[in-house]
Ligand binder design. Sequence first.
Ligand code: GDP
Length: 332
Amino acid sequence: MRHRHSLEDYHSGILLGDKVLLAQAITLAESELESDRDLIENLIEKLVTDKKNSIRIGITGSPGVGKSTFIETFGKHLTAQNKKVAVLAIDPSSYKTKGSILGDKTRMEELAKDPLAFIRPSATRNTLGGVTAGTRESILLCEAAGFDFIIIETVGVGQSEVAVRNLVDFFLLLMLAGSGDELQGIKKGIMEMADGIVITKADGENLKKATQAQADFTHALHLFQLPDSGWNPKVLTTSALAKKGIEETINMISEYVQFTRANGFFDKNRHQQDVACFHDYFNASLLHLLAQRISIEKSKKNLENEIMAGQITPWKASRQLSNLILDALKKI
Ligand code: GDP
């Protein structure tokens, strides 16, 4: 049995900004143990009473696009302005392989040493709550610990971006000019979700290509429908190594926050995200409750096999399973 602190200890420690307790509480948020769930839910209830002015930013991009270098420079820029920055890196590779791209200790070395920063790599898992199990709670925990900017980093492979989009205020897509990113269909979907695009590594020989890509993407974005926020997504060029375009990126995000606070979208979006969270958790806990009382795994597996063998349609199989649950419930 792993050591757990008391609710009071987590609560007071996090309010004081204790990073060790914060990290331990995030481990609780990612845990699937029933007792940990109870503890984290009680902790969050106690912590969310104060309204926080933090900004939640999703940052995504293909491996090698320059995410960690960008986040390090971006984060250092913010901490230099006395802002506290938390980075939650969602790593799709680490759960399967137990290795980790994002967990690599050499990533964001400078930022990791910064007393005003907190970096936490998290493995994704495909359980209740999907790819973001624990991430929503982790954001709230970081906010309670006084972080002004919460960055959620994902590798731009598709599924996790949609989930992350639903957790943040501003969604930033990092792209590399001439990398073929432009051609991928999957990127088009992610581009449509972006509030801003940053072309990375706009330095040296890349500068010309980056400026061209900026014009191309700006044009492409105009072809999309204006998002619900009413905000026109912007495209910037940056060089994290030369520290160029970083201030502009921060200004773009501040401008977005001002704009959406003024038109009411900022709060509305967060409330809509809370409703979506309610649906996710309700569905998950309902399934969990059912699974505790009725064993459907065997019947489900049999039906899956029948579907694979083309012996039954998915609709009929679903109906059969629902009826089985109904019958079992009547007997309880
Ligand atoms: P990630 O996989 O998206 O996190 O990418 P990294 O931040 O690890 O960067 C991948 C490579 O690109 C590294 O070799 C970096 O040194 C390089 N890189 C990152 N940012 C820049 C930049 O602004 N300019 C140049 N020229 N190279 C960069």
